[in-house]
Structure formats: structure tokens, C-alpha cells
Design a protein around this ligand. Structure first.
Ligand code: FAD
Length: 465
């Protein structure tokens, strides 16, 4: 049995590891376009900031670890075409030649590519790129280009276009490196994936660390700045009230999301679903014979919303594992996502799982969202922090649908969110969350955990007696 994975990141490597785990005799080949198998691209901002001191440290596993697990790695090898009836994969090898790899099962894990928004200067004859200090960011190659700009051009300032989680992490990273950062976001508030009430807290944290935050600001053009300005690049934008906004900076980073990389699968005849991602069933089958797909290139089954597209590393790992198991004849299903995610912004963290109010309404629920604040541990013990918690639950049934948290990075925001994610996964009510037997000691918690106090507040406000 020869199983071939296309893609050497979270999905492809997870599939390969699972296949080898299940059958140490399985012949597993991983074809990847670059030379960085199993690198944690989630860690890129911390390498850029200098907190991770060498790019090699971003490897989840070394090449030697992966080879010891029994997989054959084919770095710098680009998959060009899938011959579905012949079960063959045409690749361009590292040396530039063509080669045909036969397979019994194929797992497509080609991931995503960064969106290049329709901003003048990002395409067309006057396109600016890394050599000019204009960057997109997704791969290790993109990271090396950013580092070249930082080390060779020694920029004093940067404009970041986009204030999603990667934009925020990069604002943090570049500020830590000593750059003055301006962050532009077209939505009215930063981190538009959480409610604006929490976005405003993130905004304040950015501003408190010297980041100039321009929310409600749509970028139109990036160009070379006229001589004598305060930076080599110029960014022109429009504020929500129509006012023109211009900033000059030495570096521009455009991080406005990703789109699934599906061309190989489309050419092979795969069907597409949400946001143009490859349609797969819960077993990660594409519908093409013997071909599975996983990760950022495929649709995501959301446990409350059904089919959606939610590209996240956590999901890519799980889907890859399912694909690897089923490629060996298994019967595993991807259990679905809740869009659980967390981001650190300087000293704070913002996190969400499940649905926000408007998403729950669109999904047919009758949601109520309440906000409360609670201490992460007993306030009399030094170092306690308030956590702001927003709870979304169904009015009639009390079923927990979503939770959002904002609090200090040491306040266990992520693990508290995970209590909510676990509760939503199992269809629990807010009352039942309050009943959970959670741990307590004054330096680390309270008899009622912050999440339970938020659940109780929801019940109090929704069902007054
Ligand atoms: C800066 C940053 C921070 C992030 N932080 C987080 C986080 O904190 N938490 C989280 O959950 N997620 C995070 N993510 C998202 C997460 O990294 C992705 O969801 C995850 O890496 C997707 O894995 P993947 O294997 O599906 O695809 P990708 O990581 O996109 O990898 C695709 C692979 O396919 C290869 N490939 C593509 N086309 C071909 C071809 N034709 N032939 C051969 N190989 C090919 C590529 O070389 C690569 O190896 C972050 C992403 C970035 C960029």
C-alpha cells in the first residue's frame, strides 16, 4: 500500500504520522513544495519578534524525527497533476525534472494561500513586493523575506493592513522589535471575529503599547513614498466618514486572510464547497476515487453551523489524522469544529468558541448574550486579573452556544475557553456549566470558576425570578 500526501504542513504530516502509526509497514510518501516539513507557521510572529530565537526552532518535528517515523519526505517537489483513473501523481522534482509517482491512496493537504486584496500596488505593472518592503505572510519563505527586510532595511515603521488574529500578532511582534506600527482595519473594530465590545478591549491594548489603530479604514493603494517623507512607502486609505488617510512607513504587511489552495484538486475533478474549498465528507473523502483531502484546502464541518470554511491549525491536524487513518481503510469521522481560537495581544488574550449572537440567530437559535467580569483567582492572592466573559446561549433551552473571553495572558483565558468549547461540544446548558466540578485553590482559581460565574450571570439576567 503506497499512500502519498501532498503538503508537508499540519494536514499532510498529521495524515502521514497517523498512517505510519496504524501500520508500520505502510509505504508513506510526503510531497511538499518547500523544504520545511512540519513547521509551525503559527509560531512565525514569535520568530519575527525574536522570542523564538531561530527559525529551525519552529519545527514541530525535525526531518530526522519524521524519517524515523517511517515516512519518505520529498521536499522542494511540486505536485502538478493527478491522474485519477491511473492513480498517478505527476511532480516536478527538486532537480527540476518530471516524475510520476504511483499511489494507492492520495491525501491532498495543499493548504491555503494568503489573500491579495484589490489594493493598487499589490498587482499590475507597478506591483510592489518583498524587495520594496511590501509583504504577505503565510509560509516560511514569506517569513524569510520579512526577516530580510527587517535585518537589511532596518525599518523604523510599519503599516499592517488587517487586524485579524495574524495582523494583531504581527503588530505585537513588530512593536517588540522596536518598530512604530500603524494598523488599518476596514471593519469598525479590530479582531472582527469577536464582538466589538471585546474588540474595543483589544484596541485599547494595542493603543496602550503605542500601536496607532485605524479601524473603519479601507486601504486603496500602496506606493513608493515621495522623497523627504517619513518612510519609503506610502499607504492611502479612506476612513469610515470618507476622509482620506495617508501614512508613510518603511514596511507594509498585508494580512487579510487566506483562501483555499485548490487548483490541483479542481483540475482532477474535485467538487468545491464553502468559500471555494474542496468538498469532503466527514471521512475526508473528496468523492474522487482513493483521494482524501484535509486542512486549509477543504471545507470545515462546524458542529452548530454545518458546512463552513474555518482554516485553523487545530482543525488541520484533526482532519489530517482522520484522512491518514481512512486512507489505510479506517472508518474515522471528523467530529466537527466550533471555531475555537485564541490570540495573544501584548499582555492580553482574546478568545472565542462557538457562535456569536448574530451567528446563532442566523443558525435558527433564539440567542441571548450577556457580559460579565470575574477574577481569574481569589483577588486577595497577589496577581489576580479580571476576565471579561461574554456568554451566548439559547433563550428557551439555556443551551450554551458560544463564549468569548478577554483577559490577561496569565489568566488562563485559553483553558477557560476550552471549558466552554467542551461544554458546547457536548450540548450542555449554561446551568450545567455552573454544575461542573472544576478545580480550586486561591492562587489559581475561585470556588466558582470565572466561567461558572459568567454562566450564572447569564441565567440571572435571562430568567429573573
Ligand atoms: C502567521 C500564522 C499564525 C497562525 N496561528 C494560528 C494559531 O495560533 N492557531 C491556529 O489554529 N492556526 C493558526 N494558523 C493557521 C494554521 O497555521 C493553518 O490553519 C495550518 O497551518 C493549515 O495547515 P495545512 O497543512 O492545511 O496547510 P498549509 O500550512 O497551508 O500547508 C500547505 C502545504 O502544502 C504544500 N503544497 C501546496 N501546494 C503544493 C503542491 N502543488 N505540491 C506540493 N506541495 C504543495 C505547501 O508547501 C505546504 O507544505 C496560523 C497561520 C499563520 C500563517
Amino acid at each position: 500500500m503506497h499512500v502519498v500526501m501532498i503538503g508537508g504542513s499540519d494536514a499532510g504530516i498529521s495524515a502521514a504520522l497517523r498512517a505510519r502509526e496504524l501500520d508500520p509497514r505502510a509505504d508513506v510518501t510526503v510531497v511538499l513544495a518547500d523544504a520545511y516539513p512540519n513547521f509551525s507557521i503559527c509560531g512565525i510572529p514569535y520568530y519575527v519578534s525574536g522570542e523564538v530565537t531561530h527559525w529551525r526552532n519552529l519545527a514541530h518535528r525535525t526531518i530526522a524525527d519524521l524519517e524515523a517515523a517511517g515516512m519518505r519526505l520529498r521536499p522542494d517537489t511540486i505536485a502538478r497533476r493527478i491522474d485519477v483513473p491511473g492513480r498517478k501523481l505527476l511532480v516536478t522534482t527538486a532537480e527540476g525534472g518530471e516524475e510520476v509517482l504511483g499511489y494507492d491512496k492520495l491525501v491532498i493537504g495543499t493548504g491555503a494561500v494568503p489573500v491579495r486584496p484589490p489594493i493598487a500596488g499589490l498587482s499590475g505593472p507597478d506591483v510592489l513586493g518583498p524587495a520594496d518592503g511590501v509583504h504577505l505572510l503565510h509560509s516560511m519563505g514569506d517569513t524569510f523575506a520579512v526577516m530580510r527586510t527587517l535585518e537589511q532595511a532596518a525599518p523604523a515603521s510599519a503599516v499592517i493592513v488587517g487586524a485579524g488574529y495574524i495582523g494583531l500578532e504581527m503588530a505585537d511582534a513588530l512593536t517588540v522589535r522596536g518598530l512604530h506600527v500603524t494598523q488599518m482595519e476596514q471593519f469598525p473594530e479590530v479582531l472582527p471575529t469577536v464582538d466589538p465590545q471585546l474588540g474595543a478591549l483589544v484596541h485599547a491594548e494595542l493603543a496602550g503599547h503605542g500601536v496607532e489603530v485605524l479601524a473603519g479604514t479601507t486601504v486603496q493603494a500602496i506606493s513608493t513614498a515621495p522623497p523627504g517623507g517619513s518612510g519609503r512607502l506610502q499607504v492611502q486609505a479612506t476612513a469610515a466618514d470618507g476622509t482620506a488617510v495617508t501614512r508613510q512607513a518603511d514596511m507594509v504587511l498585508v494580512v487579510v486572510g487566506v483562501r483555499p489552495d485548490t487548483s490541483l484538486a479542481v483540475d482532477a475533478g474535485a467538487t468545491l464547497g464553502s468559500k471555494g474549498a474542496i468538498a469532503v465528507d466527514p471521512m475526508m473523502r473528496t468523492g474522487l476515487p482513493e483521494i482524501f483531502a484535509a486542512g486549509d484546502c477543504v471545507i470545515t464541518r462546524h458542529r452548530l453551523l454545518g458546512q463552513t470554511y474555518l482554516p485553523l491549525g487545530t482543525t488541520a491536524h484533526k482532519q489530517g489524522r482522520v484522512a491518514g487513518e481512512n486512507a489505510l481503510g479506517g472508518n474515522r469521522q471528523f467530529a466537527g469544529s466550533l471555531g475555537t481560537q485564541v490570540v495573544k495581544i501584548f499582555d492580553q488574550a482574546a478568545a472565542r468558541t462557538g457562535l456569536r449572537d448574530h451567528e446563532a440567530t442566523a443558525a435558527g437559535f433564539d440567542p441571548v448574550t450577556t457580559e460579565t467580569a470575574a477574577d481569574d483567582h481569589k483577588a486577595y492572592y497577589p496577581g489576580s486579573h479580571r476576565i471579561t466573559i461574554r456568554v451566548t446561549a439559547d433563550r428557551a433551552t439555556g443551551r450554551l452556544l458560544g463564549m468569548q473571553l478577554f483577559g490577561h495572558k496569565n489568566a488562563e483565558v485559553a483553558k477557560r475557553l476550552d471549558i466552554a468549547a467542551t461544554a458546547i461540544y457536548h450540548g450542555m446548558t449554561v446551568d450545567a456549566v455552573s454544575d461542573l466540578d472544576l478545580s480550586y485553590t486561591p492562587p489559581l482559581g475561585s470556588p466558582w470558576d470565572a466561567v461558572q460565574m459568567a454562566a450564572q450571570a447569564w441565567v440571572r439576567e435571562t430568567r429573573p425570578r
